[in-house]
Ligand binder design. Structure first.
Ligand SMILES: Cc1cc2nc3c(=O)[nH]c(=O)nc-3n(C[C@H](O)[C@H](O)[C@H](O)COP(=O)(O)O)c2cc1C
Length: 216
């Protein structure tokens, strides 16, 4: 049994590039994994709440000692974490906003990073509890933050997400950026960049096939 968790996070509900590419990727995954489960979350259409004082106050308490307000603060978090545990494959569609992730995705991160559930203190420090999972991040942006390029230092998206996912144990991470900028690039260039991202996503699916996912 395979199970895929698909999370969109663009605030743009019409014409989002990250959502369109993620949809295509998940459709391709489903074709080669017929009948397998896909769990879907759209953080743009249905944002999860930011964590609050009750969440923080209850964070290090045993669940049975939490006040009703504290217990209520963990309902969404538990549900999101259960989805991460249930799935073995993650597709995160995360645009770049102001050099990093959208607030909608940051709120999701704050809900899912939890000691005792996704991270623990081990003998050698912090240990992620979601080992054995694999993820692809599809990141739309307007600019070009290529490695070695003049804007690489402005990229607080890829390094942040890689470190964050590693902290909860997810180290098999593919990162596919796609630059779409109607101010700087004509339609042909934008189309080429979309096709390059599609090709990179086909490669991701191929790589996964070496680890048990069949590719037609
Ligand atoms: C609030 C906001 C902030 C943005 N900040 C950046 C940025 O820092 N760097 C960049 O290259 N593009 C930036 N963009 C452009 C988006 O990343 C780009 O439009 C992308 O296609 C959005 O993803 P989507 O098409 O999936 O909605 C920003 C867009 C918005 C709406």
């Amino acid at each position: 049994m395979m199970s895929l968790l698909h999370v969109d996070s663009s605030a743009n509900l019409e014409g989002s590039h990250s959502k369109a590419l993620a949809r295509e990727f998940v459709a391709a995954w489903s074709e080669v994994n017929p009948g397998e489960q896909v769990i879907y979350r759209d953080l743009g259409a249905s944002p999860v709440p930011p964590i609050d004082q009750h969440f923080i106050a209850g964070l290090y308490l045993p669940p049975e000692t939490r006040t009703p307000e504290q217990a209520a603060a963990f309902v969404v978090s538990d549900q999101l974490i259960n989805e991460l545990i249930e799935a073995d494959t993650y597709v995160f569609a995360v645009p770049m906003y102001n050099f990093t992730v959208p607030a909608q995705f940051k709120a999701y991160i704050d809900q899912i990073v939890r000691f005792g559930r996704t991270v623990s203190f081990g003998a050698s420090g912090i240990e992620g509890l979601l080992g054995g999972k694999r993820a692809v991040i599809i990141s739309s942006r307007g600019g070009d933050y290529s490695k070695g390029g003049p804007r690489e230092a402005f990229d607080f998206h890829e390094p942040y997400l890689r470190k964050l996912l590693a902290m909860i144990g997810v180290t098999d991470v593919s990162y596919v950026p796609v630059s779409q900028n109607p101010m700087h690039d004509d339609e042909t260039t934008r189309g080429r960049k979309l096709d390059e991202a599609r090709a990179a996503l086909v490669d991701v699916l191929r790589t996964w096939s070496d680890h048990g996912v069949t590719v037609a």
